[in-house]
Design a protein. Structure first.
Ligand SMILES: [Zn+2]
Length: 241
């Protein structure tokens, strides 16, 4: 399946002449945030960054502006110790990188930045609230908006971790990266969720079939759901900025 690469909107791939040409039309830069963490056997560890990058590119395709390369460093959550997971504990480090990026973008004359996070651990969302507050407290010419993939009001499926929501979103953005065949067949090995709770501590047990996946069984994935979710998020972003 071919996915529109939108490489001409990726800031890091452009030379100064190409950059100026795009930004003269709309002085807008998207910064996609994500994380590097276990999402189950069927998904890549960089999922949150891959999805936020893809969504920002689709939004920029409609609004104009450029998209920064996605951040793969995100703030810690309750699964920081899972395999193949690298998260930041110290909020100061995370904010320093973001503030430096904003300051430099402001210095080169960017008028508006949209931060869009595909990673929504509580610490990540709290850090972003602090960032917004800090940015507003200083005199600046760069307008900052911040959105989380978990906050889109028109998407009725709750954002999750490696489950049906995130699996569907990535399958729409980059279908080749979703390997549902890595999970055991659902008929033989159905999810074993006490009281139907798909986010309980039993999913933290490495022997659980859906280890490290929090939310409804991703093996119920269907193609249309991902398309609907991503379209709604892109529309919401465009309308909000
Ligand atoms: Zn995720």
């Amino acid at each position: 399946m071919t996915v529109k690469p939108l490489e001409h909107l990726q800031f890091e791939r452009l030379n100064p002449l190409e950059i100026d040409q795009v930004l003269q039309q709309n002085s807008l830069v998207y910064i996609p945030l994500g994380a590097f963490e276990w999402h189950g056997l069927h998904l890549p560890v960089g999922l949150d960054s891959l999805t936020s990058h893809g969504i920002c590119l689709r939004a920029a395709d409609k609004t104009g502006g450029l998209v920064m390369p996605p951040f793969y460093y995100g703030m810690s959550g309750s699964i920081w110790h899972h395999p193949h997971t690298i998260l930041i504990e110290d909020e100061e480090i995370f904010l320093k990188i973001l503030k430096t990026t904003l300051t430099r973008l402001e210095t080169i004359g960017i008028k508006k930045v949209v931060i869009f996070t595909g990673h929504f651990s509580l610490k990540q969302l709290e850090a972003l609230i602090t960032l917004k507050k800090d940015w507003l407290s200083i005199q600046n010419s760069l307008e900052l908006s911040i959105f989380s993939i978990s906050d889109c009001p028109t998407v009725k499926i709750e954002a999750d971790h490696g489950a049906i929501f995130e699996t569907s979103v990535l399958a729409e953005i980059d279908p080749n990266l979703v390997k549902l065949e890595n999970l055991p067949p659902i008929d033989t090995y159905p999810a074993n969720d006490p009281d139907g709770n798909s986010k309980g501590d039993h999913r933290r047990d490495p022997n659980n079939i859906l280890f490290g996946i929090f939310g409804d069984d991703p093996r119920h994935y269907d193609k249309l759901t991902g398309k609907v979710i991503v379209n709604k998020i892109v529309d919401w972003l465009i309308q909000s900025i």
